[in-house]
Design a protein around this ligand. Sequence first.
Ligand SMILES: C[S@@+](CC[C@H](N)C(=O)[O-])C[C@H]1O[C@@H](n2cnc3c(N)ncnc32)[C@H](O)[C@@H]1O
Length: 358
Amino acid sequence: MRIRPAEEKDLEAITAIYNQGVEERWNAQMNPVSMKERAKWMKKEHPADKFPIFVAESDGSVIGWASINQYHSNKKGFRSTGEVSYYVHKDVRRRGVGEALLRYLLECAPSYGFHHVIAVLLSHNLASVGMLEKCGFKHWGTMPDVVDMSGYICSHLYYGIEVPLKRQSVSYSEQNALKLAHAYWKEHIRPGDVCVDATAGRGKDTALLCELAGPAGQIYAFDVQPEAVKSTQALLEREGYADQAQVILDSHENMTQYVGSAKCVIFNFGYLPGGNHAVFTKKESSIAAIEAALSIITEDGFVSLCIYYGGDSGFEEKDALMEYLRGVDSKRYTVMVQDFFNRPNCPPIFVLIEKNKG
Ligand SMILES: C[S@@+](CC[C@H](N)C(=O)[O-])C[C@H]1O[C@@H](n2cnc3c(N)ncnc32)[C@H](O)[C@@H]1O
């Protein structure tokens, strides 16, 4: 079984599984919903970047789904309280599908800004109560006998859990370019994202992208050195990420031949750590690769650059990159440069390029 973000093609299965729940009276809806209604619900109430729906898939079939959205979405005060819903196909219940979906949602809830997660359910749904308690939810309240389904009366139960937000306050004196980059990725990369590591090297960043995008994500990594490709593949194998990532022996300027669209493209310029210092990223291909990256990032996407300079690789690439970055179209992109200005020995520079909203 794998869990991945829902797509339009899943609507039929999502609707059918939901209607099983309606028929079996697991919610108070009472009448089945149409696919048209679910399509509207998916589009309006569950934009993928804000309130996602995830599906559990086995052998190519959707066997369950779960969603999270803001509790009382029209009231700002509830903006960090998410409400979960989950439905499992009747043929595969009691096999851990619901629990896997719920745990997955809890894992990613903080990255959508939710600090509390609640589940609201009918009092006869004892299997769900058991699962919620197993996942750490507590009973927060009951609205007694408020549900009347053609004479069948039951209560509405509120279960909830507090989830720690991953936000950390930044103290710049303890930072460096790579730490700033990692903090940004952690805040913005979400389960299921497609990400590109344009400079695989020893694969540490590729592995981090795999961790952040989760098993539903897809990672592409590029390097021109067979030694780097081998190192990266070995690290991914050791860390259990081999299935999630494709490591490609090619220059990053060719990334559009392999990747159609990505949430982010990350670059860590310079030479292979512990490798040949004579092989390092070069201004022409680096700029061509940034252009390629900008052409494939999604609307909420970003390009992250750690620029190393001085030492063996000199200043040529850094100077050319800075000149290029100053000229990036400000109507379409925002370029943020973070430089540890008074530190000695040319500390790396962190640059972040975001697509402008709207
Ligand atoms: C600083 S290292 C990357 C370190 C890596 N992020 C890690 O976690 O180990 C830079 C890498 O860029 C690679 N490189 C140089 N030119 C390249 C190109 N045109 N396309 C892709 N990779 C390139 C080098 O071979 C080197 O392995």
